[in-house]
Design a protein around this ligand. Sequence first.
Ligand code: ATP
Ligand code: MG
Length: 272
Amino acid sequence: MTAAVTSATAIRVQGLEKSYGKLAVLRGVDFEVARGSIFALLGSNGAGKTTVVRILATLLRAEAGTATVNGFDVAARAADVRESISLTGQFAAVDEILSGRENLILVAKLRHLNDAGGIADGLLARFSLTDAGGRKVATYSGGMRRRLDIAMTLIGDPPVIFLDEPTAGLDPEARIEVWKTVEKLAAGGTTVLLTTQYLDEAEKLADRIAILHQGRIIVNGTLAELKQLLPPAKVEYVEKQPSLQDVFLALVGDDGTHGTSGNARSADSGKE
Ligand SMILES: Nc1ncnc2c1ncn2[C@@H]1O[C@H](COP(=O)(O)OP(=O)(O)OP(=O)(O)O)[C@@H](O)[C@H]1O
Ligand SMILES: [Mg+2]
């Protein structure tokens, strides 16, 4: 394994830019993620969340800007970054022909771990897949695949984990199970960067939340800081705090355009 890096910052992203042809998807993205924290990246469809994750996971190169993960530059030290991370992509990356257990064993062996079978059995139990473990993944439900996919991500205890829409398509119980897993990981010191379309997921899990919109991070703060961006709505003399959804829609606009007259600012003041 790569030597531990002790800096308090697990992920540092500065001025990241990426275009696909004429489409400028990232136009100067900046954020930092503290070690052992959960950071949620929100944004509408096509905002560039997966693009950010792919750059941080060394699957894609940025055109400008820098990013470090676990202290390693993603461009110059890609191999060290890969040793430090694990990625659950937006679409499940499990092998259909193999059983769930075989998928886990395969990844454990690829990571050169001893007792691949024991690791597989432990993860099957943890994700309530013990009974299905011997069955081909082709027979699994969407939620079971997703759980297997996340289980595969945890093999080898990487210090930084990227979860791209980890609970998309899961039923409420399975979502809660994934949330618990993510919380436990962070409590144990793992840094988690997740993207999500579910604002309640970000509310529930994230230490900090950033909204990616039109190529930039337009807000970045704790849930409490984000809620302060909108005044509490008054309904018949009862003060109602805005939900994260209210904040998101006011900033991004229901139609995907900028909401509050383009005036959204970074909630962590020292930034601009
Ligand atoms: N390989 C590619 N070639 C061309 N355009 C691409 C490519 N990958 C992504 N894009 C475009 O870049 C933009 C950002 O895509 P990205 O997948 O990063 O968005 P996202 O925020 O993850 O969206 P979603 O919420 O739908 O997953 C989109 O407009 C997408 O069509
Ligand atoms: Mg995506």
